[in-house]
Design a protein around this ligand. Structure first.
Ligand code: 13P
Ligand code: SF4
Length: 304
């Protein structure tokens, strides 16, 4: 049955000028039919280079919004409109505006895991791939970093910048893993290299062999001559790595590193979206798009 759906998606793809983009956290069935798979920075940067007018986005809402902001002339369809990011929902527009009124000199740096409204109120946007480099360029400023307190703490420690105020947001998936989980797995797999996403708690991050975004973790494995790795991020990254490096062994740091929102998109949802029976074409307020694009282009300018 599933094979049939995948075949129908491939057939449908030939009938329209479109591309399917998928984040690495998507289910294997989606990654099987995607034209491009990547992390949030790769997908954001890719979109404006694509010639096709229609994008089916398999990921969560903030990612599809980012695609739309960077390519306003394109039709961006979020394959499953219910797929959100709980961390992005941890910052409200009213609270951010109040902070800005009380702290007019703060530079607002927002993680890409935010809604378009929040990006529109920000000075610079960052993804986990480029956050550290960009924060090194603004060391002389008072900064509010939002919403991820864990990525924020990591940046603060690495840039040794005390002038960074952290929002109290977090990723409910990465935040779950405790140091004991990591140590228990390390004692079972003492030769494995520990690779961790900076959305995990600082106690784990500071003990890891390598800290990086999805792409950085995947690049690390490709370049490494080691054969065993503990993966401190979402299951989909481990699955992508298994496919790319069948000769290597991967262990998930924590059993429940599974983002339910990222797994909401099924092949049937994607097919429905392609057949005009589902999905959501992202529509955003013009003014919000223009303002949000400034913070995204600021990221692209500072990271190229
Ligand atoms: P990346 O920036 O590594 O793709 O991560 C996005 C995300 O949502 C992590 O939980
Ligand atoms: Fe959001 Fe966390 Fe899921 Fe990433 S893993 S999309 S930060 S809830």
């Amino acid at each position: 049955m599933k094979e049939n759906i995948l075949e129908l998606i491939k057939k449908q793809k030939l009938e329209e000028d479109c591309v399917i983009l998928a984040h690495h956290y998507q289910m294997p069935e989606i990654k099987q039919v995607a034209d491009y798979i990547g992390d949030s920075y790769y997908l954001s940067a890719l979109i404006s280079k694509l010639k096709t007018p229609k994008i089916y986005f398999c990921g969560v809402r903030f990612m599809a919004e980012t695609a739309k902001i960077l390519s306003p002339d394109k039709t961006v369809i979020l394959a499953n409109p219910d797929a959100g990011c709980p961390m992005a929902d941890m910052v409200s527009l009213d609270d951010l505006i109040e902070f800005k009124e009380n702290n007019p000199n703060h530079l607002i740096v927002s993680y890409v895991n935010t809604s378009a409204d929040i990006k529109a109120q920000s000075d610079i946007c960052v993804t986990s791939s480029v956050a550290l480099n960009i924060m090194n360029t603004v060391k002389d400023k008072e900064i509010l970093f939002l919403p991820d307190r864990n990525l924020g703490r990591y940046i603060k420690e690495k840039t040794k910048n005390e002038n960074v105020t952290l929002w109290e947001g977090f990723c409910p998936i990465h935040e779950r893993a405790e140091l004991e989980d990591m140590n228990a797995l390390k004692s079972k797999q003492p030769d494995a290299v520990v690779l961790i996403h900076p959305e995990c708690k600082w106690e784990l991050v500071e003990q890891a062999d390598f800290v990086g975004s999805t792409t950085e973790i995947m690049d690390f494995v490709s370049k490494s001559d080691k054969s065993k790795f503990i993966i401190g991020t979402e299951l989909g990254v481990l699955e992508s790595l298994q496919k790319q490096h069948p000769e290597k062994e991967f262990f998930l740091l924590y059993d429940e590193f599974v983002c339910k929102n990222m797994k909401k998109t099924t092949a049937q949802d994607l097919l429905n979206a392609m057949q005009g029976k589902g999905g959501e074409a992202i529509k955003l307020d013009e003014d919000v798009m223009v303002k949000a694009s400034k913070s995204l282009y600021e990221m692209i300018k500072r990271s190229s």
